[in-house]
Design a protein around this ligand. Structure first.
Ligand code: LMR
Length: 419
């Protein structure tokens, strides 16, 4: 009997994104191009260890006190405090007023997981509104904690632009105190961010509804190459919601420091301004976050945390890191232009300016699922079925090949689908 109790477990399909990675790895054709997972590649198509990271690793390993001891449950303080300054700004009133509680997390996903657990424990029954579309894992993370999600309109496919009207209406119609998950910059998967004129309208509507803003910041520095510019929406949110409601922030160093597999990130909770002594509230929340972390991972991984902390706390390395982000974001921008120009030169049916207008690592190309399928089968060009392409997978050696492949599939289906 006991030998059979697991025999009827249903097999699930492979994860959409990691499935692409796996199929690409198994493909023996040449050339082949991976535009699936959002991970930076250099112009030779190789993963890039940032020069600032190489220098930080050297300093860490040469340090006579180097070891692999456990971190504290809430993480490496040198990381969490420096990370808070990166995201909120050195002069952040929330930091000065001691309203920010920061803990280390298993990258952005771990931070979202902490957010979901915290919400389910302390404000259960509130829905989390996510953009339509959003990063696929958002829904999965909240579902795993029995936190219900709903969507707000975001991408208008007819114009490849923001559905601001629909977005504002959803905020207005949501029950008071709902949670709105906002992509701080470089929206995944569309690469489309609200403008600096649209963000105030969105954040004012969130304040009016007494909603909780949950910022997912996975690409700070990747949209523009400038950390401060990419934190515009989040810092405006901190200002506008200061007297209204708490803010939750999930911060990842996977992309901007290239710590992908090291799982380095932070979760921050900002308390609103209140006429009370907030010290006991801070300490209660911090203890609850500790208890969530302890029960699940005991404490966070140390190596990536030490690297990021070294970069953020050593001025020379911080300056190098800023340059590294400009290197990455500029190369991606060049590849956007190259892809658009090749498609225009080929006369590929449709319009392609959205590729250069979008920002961050991704382009929501407008290619349909059947086109994506044909790209993979006929041309060994891999991307996810939504048509999202990781522009970081393009380089001077493969961009023309990819443009020609897109041209072929678009022409193949032209008539049956409209771009
Ligand atoms: C992506 O969207 O490609 C990345 O954030 C990788 C992931 O974990 O999904």
């Amino acid at each position: 009997m006991s030998a059979t109790i697991f025999n009827n477990i249903e097999e699930l399909p492979a994860d959409a994104l990691f499935g692409v990675k796996q199929r690409y790895g198994q493909d023996s054709r040449s050339p082949k191009v991976d535009l699936g997972i959002g991970a930076y590649r250099d112009d030779t198509g190789k993963p890039w260890v940032l020069p600032s990271v190489r220098k930080a690793e050297k300093l860490i390993q040469e340090d006579p006190t180097y070891n692999h001891e456990y971190l504290g449950i809430n993480g490496l303080p040198e990381l969490t405090s420096a990370a808070a300054k990166v995201i909120f700004g050195d002069d952040s009133p929330a930091l000065k007023e001691n309203r920010v509680i920061s803990v280390q997390s298993l990258s952005g996903t771990g931070a979202l997981h902490i957010a979901a657990k915290f919400l389910s424990k302390f404000v259960s029954g509130r829905k989390v509104y996510v953009s339509q579309p959003t990063w696929a894992n958002h829904n999965a993370i909240f579902k795993a904690q029995n936190v219900e999600t709903a969507t707000y309109p975001y991408w208008k496919s007819s114009t490849k632009s923001l559905d601001l009207e629909g977005f504002l209406k959803a905020i207005e119609q949501a029950p008071k105190g709902s949670v709105f998950l906002l992509h701080a910059c470089a929206h995944n998967p569309t690469g489309l961010d609200p403008s600096e004129l649209q963000w105030p309208l969105i954040l004012d509507a969130i304040a009016k509804g007494d909603h909780i803003a949950l910022f997912d910041s996975a690409y700070q520095g990747f949209a523009s190459g400038d950390l401060n510019k990419d934190a515009f929406a989040l810092r405006l949110g901190v200002e506008k919601l200061a007297k209204v409601s708490p803010i939750l922030v999930c911060q990842s160093f996977a992309k901007n420091v290239g710590m992908y597999g090291e799982r380095t990130g932070c979760f921050h909770l900002i308390l609103p301004q209140q006429n009370l002594d907030i010290a006991p509230i801070r300490s209660a929340i911090s203890s609850q976050l500790s208890s969530i972390i302890r029960a699940e991972v005991s404490n966070s991984p140390a190596y990536g945390a030490k690297i990021v902390a070294k970069i953020l706390n050593t001025p020379e390395l911080t300056a190098q890191w800023h340059e590294d982000m400009v290197t990455m974001s500029s190369r991606i921008k060049e590849m956007r232009v190259a892809l658009r120009d090749h498609l225009v030169k080929l006369g590929t049916p449709g319009t392609w300016d959205h590729i250069v207008e979008q920002c961050g690592m991704f382009s929501f190309t407008g290619l349909t699922a059947e086109m994506v399928q044909r790209l993979e089968v006929q041309h060994a060009v891999y991307l996810v079925s939504s048509g999202r392409a990781s522009i970081a997978g393009l380089n001077t050696g493969n961009v023309e090949y990819v443009a020609k492949a897109i041209d072929e599939v678009v022409r193949h289906y032209s008539g049956s689908s409209k771009l």
